[in-house]
Design a protein around this ligand. Structure first.
Ligand SMILES: Cc1cc2nc3c(=O)[nH]c(=O)nc-3n(C[C@H](O)[C@H](O)[C@H](O)COP(=O)(O)OP(=O)(O)OC[C@H]3O[C@@H](n4cnc5c(N)ncnc54)[C@H](O)[C@@H]3O)c2cc1C
Length: 382
């Protein structure tokens, strides 16, 4: 077992870190304050393949392995978690389901514009009555000749306000919702597809999370991924990959909070000494770095299992559960070590603290991750 990063992964980390620090670093605070999506950075990310991190080269992607992907998300999120959120949702639950479940015709039609970042992806499962219970989807897709007509409202859609292609979960038979759910690719300019209000969120404020409305929204049957009834399977498969991305995002936030805390604890003097000389502060730093290391190992194991073709759903759930809890604990300690300044918007730890919490909520809450993990444990032969 080799725990040293290989040259390829070192290069990805260095390149993404340099880009993120140069392009997102100077604006990360302001885009959070103003709840502004940074289109100017998207422009610069497009030619660098940030929008096709793992997509096949044939469709314009960079075809990265999963550890490289996790490193890229981690490094962007270390500087701007909201932009990390945009990329992880686009790549892992926007592009990936089309790569995995799309026909050749669908891949050719949808992927190039998505991997070029001209159409940012969104994943639209959640509704007012369908949160943790994906089987509660009420949006309908009624067949009309060779089209489907969609009606319904999606809420909490990451990238909602900037998306060009939305994967919409809808039921084709209201009498049999579980077995009739399908996933439809709906492009932004389709009549009947409208973006609602942008959510006024606690964190991740630079991502335009919004509701989406579908009113008599007509799409050809060739926009359906798989068959009616495949929706839940496609959704759960996408979320396994998505959880790797959220874990990486949480890890990036925790890493940023830790680095700022080490620096601050050496600079801040109380009782005529740097606060880093106090044993309690050292204990906090030790706990933070240990949890970050453990998180990283769990995450990279899930990535390695995915790339070796083995089942990785439980490992991705463990990584997401642990990395998100780490992000919450580490950012909480970061604020504590910064004292009153940590509670002020003058310091970035306040933003990390707000951004971290939601990693325990979206793409399956921590309670749902525990259900996934426990199911795998109980299915094992003793
Ligand atoms: C910023 C943000 C971005 C988001 N982006 C997206 C997106 O892009 N696409 C999308 O589809 N959704 C998105 N979501 C929605 C998110 O995935 C849901 O909020 C999440 O799945 C939880 O659903 P809910 O909010 O309805 O909570 P509920 O399902 O109502 O859960 C409430 C509480 O009950 C617990 N609970 C529920 N069921 C069980 C159970 N069986 N056992 C134990 N505990 C349980 C939950 O863990 C939670 O603590 C986003 C949410 C936020 C806040």
């Amino acid at each position: 077992m080799d725990f040293n990063p290989c040259m390829k992964h070192k290069v990805v980390r260095k390149a993404v870190r340099m880009f993120a620090e140069a392009e997102l670093g100077p604006i990360a605070h302001d885009i959070d304050r103003d709840a502004r999506f940074p289109w100017e950075v998207v422009e610069k990310m497009r030619p660098l393949q940030f929008f096709g991190l793992q997509a096949p080269r044939a469709y314009g992607g960079a075809e990265m392995d999963s550890i490289s992907y996790a490193i890229a998300i981690e490094e962007v999120s270390r500087v701007s978690a909201a932009m990390g959120l945009c990329l992880t949702v686009h790549n892992s639950v926007g592009v990936y389901p089309i790569v995995r479940f799309g026909t050749e015709e669908q891949k050719r039609r949808f992927l190039p514009a998505m991997t070029r970042g001209e159409r940012i992806g969104a994943f639209c499962l959640t509704e007012a009555n369908a949160g943790s219970d994906a089987g509660g989807v009420e949006t309908t897709a009624v067949r009309d000749g060779s089209d489907f007509v969609l009606n319904g409202t999606k809420i909490f859609v990451t990238n909602g306000g900037c998306c060009g292609a939305a994967l919409i979960f809808a039921i084709t038979d209201p009498q049999n919702p579980q077995r009739s759910a399908g996933v439809f690719v709906v492009e932004k300019d389709t009549p009947g597809f409208t973006v609602g209000e942008i959510e006024d969120l606690c964190g991740m404020r630079a991502n335009p999370v919004s509701s989406l409305f579908l009113e008599e929204c007509r799409v050809p049957e060739t926009n359906l991924l798989g068959r009616p009834g495949d929706g839940i399977r496609i959704g759960l498969t996408a979320l396994d990959t998505g959880r790797i991305g959220v874990a990486a995002q949480a890890l990036g936030i925790a890493q940023a909070a830790f680095e700022d805390t080490v620096r601050y604890s050496k600079e801040r003097q109380q009782f005529r000494k740097p606060i880093s000389s106090f044993q309690t502060i050292q204990n906090y730093l030790a706990d933070m770095t240990t949890e970050i290391d453990a998180s990283r190992l769990l995450l990279y194991r899930a990535c390695a299992m995915k790339d070796s073709g083995r089942p990785f759903g439980a490992e991705a759930a463990m990584a997401k559960l642990y990395c998100s809890a780490t992000a919450t604990r580490v950012t909480n300690l970061a604020v504590q070590v910064h004292g009153g300044y940590g509670y002020s918007k003058e310091y970035d730890v306040e933003r990390y603290f707000r951004d971290a919490k939601v990693t325990e909520i979206y793409e399956g809450t921590s309670e749902i991750q525990r259900m996934v993990i426990a199911r795998a444990v109980l299915a094992q032969r003793t």
